[in-house]
Design a binder for this molecule. Structure first.
Ligand code: VGL
Ligand code: ZN
Length: 201
């Protein structure tokens, strides 16, 4: 059984949002079309409390994109984004949500960031996504969404560890830093991830 994963297709990661990814909105029609090929579609949603410690504004004298240590883990400080209940945290209205069977929220604990849809960055707490997918006999995951070099990348790393075959649909994602994503793609290929274009499906 295969499943399509839509990672963080939220306004704050789109042009005009607080942590915009270049061309982030270009992936929406691609994802909408892709859904025709899947019987199971799952989404994730970055869902931070206002006091989340990944936000630069919650650290005196820190600027967005600074690198700090937070509770023993390296942490990039971000502009405030995807605050619970805010418009920026909503899934984009042009995203076809009719087939989304479940939405897994992450990043609720203010003390730790959570890029992956499976675990927080310290692997301390699971979202339950692995169990959900295994119970539905899913063995192959197709990844789409934002941002390619953060939440999509770290979700794939965790999915590999959990034993899922992983396919990254390249034209259904965009990176915050495309150069960084280029290196990550080489690593993912070496670990057995298939990288395809939506046309190839
Ligand atoms: C993300 C940075 C901070 C993402 C979430 O969805 O890729 N990136 N929070
Ligand atoms: Zn976040």
């Amino acid at each position: 059984m295969k499943a399509l994963l839509l990672i963080d297709v939220q306004y704050d990661f789109m042009p005009g949002g607080s942590l915009p990814v270049t061309e982030g909105d270009h992936i929406i029609p691609v994802i909408n079309h892709l859904q025709n090929h899947f019987d199971l579609v799952i989404a994730s949603q970055d869902w931070h409390p206002p006091e989340h410690l990944s936000f630069a504004r919650n650290h005196l004298g820190q600027q967005a994109f600074a690198e700090i240590e937070l509770n023993g883990l390296a942490q990039t400080l971000w502009p405030a984004h995807c605050v619970q209940g805010s418009q920026g945290a909503e899934l984009h209205r042009d995203l076809d949500c009719r087939k989304i069977a479940a939405i897994f929220r992450k990043g609720m604990n203010p003390e730790i960031d959570s890029y992956s849809a499976f675990y927080d960055n310290g692997h301390r707490q699971s979202t339950g996504l692995t169990g959900y997918l295994k119970e539905r006999a899913v063995d192959t995951l197709y990844f789409t969404g934002l941002a390619a070099d953060f939440c999509v990348y770290f979700s794939i790393i965790d999915a590999l560890k959990a034993g899922f075959a992983c396919v990254l649909i390249e034209d259904a994602t965009r990176a915050i830093d495309p150069e960084n994503f280029k290196r990550q793609k080489q690593q993912l290929l070496a670990e057995g991830v298939k990288i395809i274009n939506s046309r190839d499906l």
